[in-house]
Design a protein around this ligand. Structure first.
Ligand code: SAH
Length: 196
């Protein structure tokens, strides 16, 4: 395992990520929206996270791991292998959460015309499996692209998206589904069963 091979694995993860997302993005465009919250600020959060998990690591990779060079770390193959495990995990959560959410998925905070509350599949265990996937993606980046600035950029980008979104999303779900969402929240954790 070399840094170059680890970077290629990181790119491959992103390519599969886009393949999983694409059909949902296409379908979402055609659906009627009945409620939308903070669209502009939620789009900005998505943009910020893309800088952290896309732009900054891409610049580093495309400059031959050269920018910012001073933040490069000595390469650890063990960390890189763990990063590959994290890729498999994030892609699994990403695939499952899209499949279970189905037509209820949206990139920002929206309620669709035929929105249903999903409590089955992976949503039986946690309320935000897609955000579990995002956190794992940032962890994979930190393990694979061994540069402390690039690693931190992913975690900060996802952290900003998550912490500025999750409460608003839960409020939207509560406003839409009332007691059913309250009961569901009582039985499930946000990201890690029994812990958080
Ligand atoms: N936070 C979830 C979903 C992310 S997609 C996750 O991490 O898996 C964001 C959209 O999904 C939100 O706009 C909301 O309308 C919808 N959503 C979130 N949880 C849902 C649920 N349990 N059932 C149906 N729709 C849900």
């Amino acid at each position: 395992m070399t840094q170059f091979a680890a970077t290629i694995c990181w790119v491959a993860g992103l390519v599969i990520w886009f393949i999983i997302r694409y059909p949902h993005q296409r379908r979402a465009k055609k659906q009627q929206i009945v409620d939308s919250r903070d669209r502009a600020s939620q789009q900005s959060l998505v943009a910020i996270s893309v800088v952290g998990v896309g732009l900054i690591p891409a610049i580093w990779a495309l400059t031959g791991m050269g920018f910012p060079r001073g933040a490069n770390l000595p390469f650890s193959p063990v960390a890189a292998w763990l990063g590959i495990v994290a890729i498999a995990a994030y892609l699994w959560f990403f695939y499952r959460s899209h499949k279970d959410l189905g037509h209820n998925w949206s990139a920002t905070l929206e309620i669709r015309a035929k929105h249903t509350l999903v409590t089955g599949g992976v949503y039986h265990y946690v309320r935000h499996p897609m955000y579990v996937s995002f956190w794992l993606m940032a962890i994979a980046q930190a393990l694979l692209l061994q540069n402390w600035f690039v690693g931190l950029a992913g975690l900060v980008g996802i952290g900003i998206l998550y912490f500025f979104r999750v409460h608003k999303e839960e409020k939207l779900m509560l406003d839409t589904f009332g007691g059913a969402y309250r009961d569901y929240s009582r039985k499930t954790a946000r990201l890690i069963p029994f812990i958080y």
